[in-house]
Write a protein that binds this ligand. Structure first.
Ligand SMILES: [Zn+2]
Length: 365
């Protein structure tokens, strides 16, 4: 079919190389997508370092987690997608065979993988052989079941952010956040945190509190909705006191923890005291340090601590619909677009922690 350019990881921890490789041939029933954008996220450097538990695809591998593009080849009679459709390619791959897949709970698949990124287990990494092309390429193939249609109101740059937006969205939904909720976001200034704020606004959350370290971003967040959003620079005041002053003395219904792998657990433990009785804390940042919990506090306060990993296609479609009708405003996200040839530059720049309003995107065009 001809050649295309793709950013490939040849050796963990080394820069990507731009290689000319064959345009992939779709498997039976699959579609060919011309990639317009692929998101670059803060955790990507850690994953491709190969230093952690994640199971990388066979190398050299075309990396790239969240791609958006246009369908340029679809099988005849494909009911839900056709040529010319603008799509987000959901990178979540489930095995289809384990207990969870067989029970209709594919999001809990014990051997899942994220295309262009890693497998959660060695068997999960095998799924990457069926879909070996990540988003940092000119074309990729996908099952129609992995595609989420994007209306014209969702830009390709915004589509490339759907992975992290969807992660925050699913966590808010699992925690029951909505009209009347008071929520707090631990790590509000990062990619997940800023997304959680925009989605909370769209979901009707009444009070959005949060803290982080980047004072510029904290200030920007407040300007989105000064009556609903309030922020604190971590360390300026004890979290519990600050939150209770803003919640009639009782605390928040939902605490979203966006602390990433390298972050400290101690402030997260402190944040638990910000929960209202009956409140829910959700971990989406993949905090790696052990967290000290007081089980008696959880029993007597009927608290919940849970995790939330990724999101369903239906949730991604719902986000797209929320943008289309104007309920979800993604305009505060500022695209920072790099050509494919500068992907290593994008990965270096994102380590400087520019804050979650910056939307790092690579385009092969
Ligand atoms: Zn499975």
């Amino acid at each position: 079919m001809g050649k295309m350019r793709a950013a490939r990881l040849h050796e963990p921890g080394k820069p990507f190389q731009i290689d000319a490789i064959e345009i992939p041939e779709p498997r039976p029933g699959d579609v060919l997508v011309k990639v317009k954008t692929c998101g670059i996220i803060p955790n990507m450097n850690a994953i491709v370092s190969g230093k952690y538990w994640h199971h990388l695809p066979p190398l050299p591998a075309v990396i790239g987690l969240d791609a958006a593009g246009v369908v340029v080849g679809a099988p005849k009679g494909c009911p839900n997608v056709g040529e010319g459709d603008r799509v987000y390619v959901n990178p979540f791959l489930n095995c289809g065979q384990c207990y969870y897949c067989g029970s209709g709970t594919a999001m809990l698949c014990s051997d899942a993988a994220l295309r262009g990124y890693f497998g959660f287990t060695p068997r999960g990494a095998k799924l990457l052989e069926d879909y070996p092309i990540g988003g940092l390429s000119e074309y990729l193939t996908a099952s129609p079941h992995h595609l989420v249609k994007l209306p014209a109101e969702v830009s390709f740059e915004q589509g490339a952010r759907f992975g992290y937006l969807g992660t925050s969205f699913a966590a808010l939904r699992r925690a029951g956040a909505g009209t009347g909720s008071w929520i707090a976001i631990h790590g509000i200034t990062g990619t997940l945190g800023v997304g959680a704020v925009l989605l909370s606004m769209a979901m009707g959350v009444t009070r959005i509190l949060g803290w982080g370290r980047n004072r510029d971003v904290l200030g920007q967040l407040r300007t989105i909705a000064p009556n609903r959003i309030d922020t604190l620079a971590l360390g300026d005041e004890p979290l519990k006191d600050w939150v209770r002053k803003r919640t009639d003395g009782v605390g928040v219904d939902v605490l979203i923890d966006c602390t990433g792998r390298g972050g400290p657990a101690a402030p997260v433990a402190e944040a638990i005291d910000c929960l209202k009785r009956g409140g829910v804390m959700v971990n989406i940042g993949a905090l790696a340090e052990p967290l000290a919990l007081n089980p008696t506090q959880f029993m007597t306060g009927a608290l919940q601590y849970r995790g939330s990993n990724w999101f369903t296609n239906a949730e991604a479609a719902l986000m797209a619909e929320m943008v289309r009708v104007g309920a979800l405003d993604l305009s505060p996200l500022k695209p920072r677009v790099y050509p494919l040839e500068q992907v290593n530059r994008a990965l270096a720049d994102i380590t400087e922690r520019p804050g979650g309003f910056q939307n790092f995107v690579v385009t092969p065009e």
